[in-house]
Design a protein around this ligand. Structure first.
Ligand code: SF4
Length: 273
C-alpha cells in the first residue's frame, strides 16, 4: 500500500510563528488568550511547558499574556495594559494587515464590510479595529440584504476562500458609488484545500488529521469526502487498520493547526498497516 502526503499540509506560517513565540515565553507565568490553536494535543504540550490558557483577562492578575495568531481587538490591549500585564503579540502578520485595513477604511469615513464568520475570533477583532462599526457579511444573502451607503470599504477574514470573496463582493458592487475593496485573504487555506483535493482524486482513502474543533481541518475533511472515503482523526491512536484494508493508495492531509509530530505518527502507522 502506498501512503502519500498532500503537497501542502499542516502548520501555516502564522501558526508556526505563534507557537515559536509562545515557547520563547514559557516561564510558568505566561498564558495565551484563548487556545493558541485549535489542536488539543498542542495546547496540552504547551501546558506541560508552562504556558497556560485563559479565556479572558479577568483570570490574569500578573504575568504575560500572548495574543494568538487570530489577533485581538484594541480593547484587549488596553485592558492588559491597565492590569499591568506584559503583552506578547503573536498576531499573524496577515491578520495584522487585515486589522490595519479595517482601521484605515474606517478612518477614511467608510462603512466597513467584513466578509467572514460572525463568531470567529479573528472577525470579532477586525470588527473592533473598524471602530465597532462594521457589518459582518457571512453569506451571499447577507450581502444582498446590505443597505446601500455613501462610502464603502470591503475586507475579509484571512481564511475566506477566493470563491466566497468574489461571490460576495459581486453582490456588494452596486451598493456604493465610492467603494474600496482590500483583498485581505491569506493563501494558506486555499493551498491546503487544493492540495487535499488533488490528492483525494488519486487515492482510495483520505485521512484528514487535526483537531475536531478546527474549522479548517473539518472543511478539508468535508471537501475530501466528496472525492473518496475520508476519515477525520485527531491522533494516530484513532486510526483503524480496517479503514485501509483493500486500499492501494492512502492519502494524508492535515489542517493549518495540526503539528508535524502528529502528522508523522499517522504517516508511520499507515505505513505499518
Ligand atoms: S491561515 Fe494565514 S492568516 Fe491565518 S494564521 Fe495561518 S498564515 Fe496567518
Amino acid at each position: 500500500m502506498e501512503v502519500i502526503l498532500a503537497k501542502c499540509l499542516g502548520f501555516c506560517y502564522g501558526v508556526k510563528r505563534a507557537i515559536k513565540i509562545a515557547e520563547e515565553h514559557a516561564d510558568g507565568k505566561t498564558c495565551t488568550l484563548g487556545s493558541i490553536i485549535h489542536n488539543p494535543q498542542m495546547v496540552e504540550r504547551l501546558r506541560q511547558k508552562g504556558i497556560g490558557v485563559v479565556e479572558d483577562l479577568t483570570a490574569m492578575e500578573e504575568g504575560t499574556i500572548i495574543i494568538r495568531s487570530h489577533g485581538a481587538g484594541p480593547k484587549t490591549y488596553e485592558e492588559a495594559e491597565a492590569k499591568g500585564l506584559k503583552v506578547v503579540d503573536a498576531t499573524c502578520p496577515h491578520v495584522k494587515r487585515a486589522q490595519n485595513s479595517a482601521q484605515d477604511l474606517s478612518k477614511d469615513g467608510r462603512h466597513v464590510v467584513i466578509i467572514g464568520e460572525k463568531n470567529h475570533p479573528e472577525v470579532r477583532g477586525l470588527f473592533e479595529w473598524s471602530g465597532n462599526r462594521a457589518t459582518i457579511v457571512e453569506t451571499e444573502e447577507d450581502a444582498k440584504n446590505f443597505a446601500p451607503c455613501q462610502k464603502l470599504g470591503i475586507i475579509s477574514q484571512t481564511t475566506v476562500s477566493d470563491e466566497i470573496f468574489i461571490k460576495t463582493v459581486t453582490q456588494l458592487l452596486g451598493k456604493s458609488k465610492d467603494l474600496r475593496i482590500l483583498r485581505t485573504i491569506c493563501t494558506a487555506t486555499d493551498e491546503r484545500q487544493k492540495a487535499a483535493l488533488e490528492l483525494a482524486d488519486e487515492v482510495d482513502v483520505m485521512i484528514v488529521v487535526g483537531g475536531r474543533n478546527s474549522a479548517n481541518t473539518t472543511r478539508l475533511a468535508q471537501l475530501c469526502e466528496k472525492k473518496c472515503r475520508t476519515y477525520h482523526i485527531e491522533t494516530a491512536q484513532e486510526l483503524s487498520p480496517e479503514w485501509l484494508e483493500k486500499s492501494n493508495k492512502v492519502g494524508i492531509t492535515a489542517g493549518a493547526s495540526t503539528p508535524d509530530w502528529i502528522i508523522g505518527e499517522v504517516y508511520k502507522k499507515c505505513q505499518k498497516i
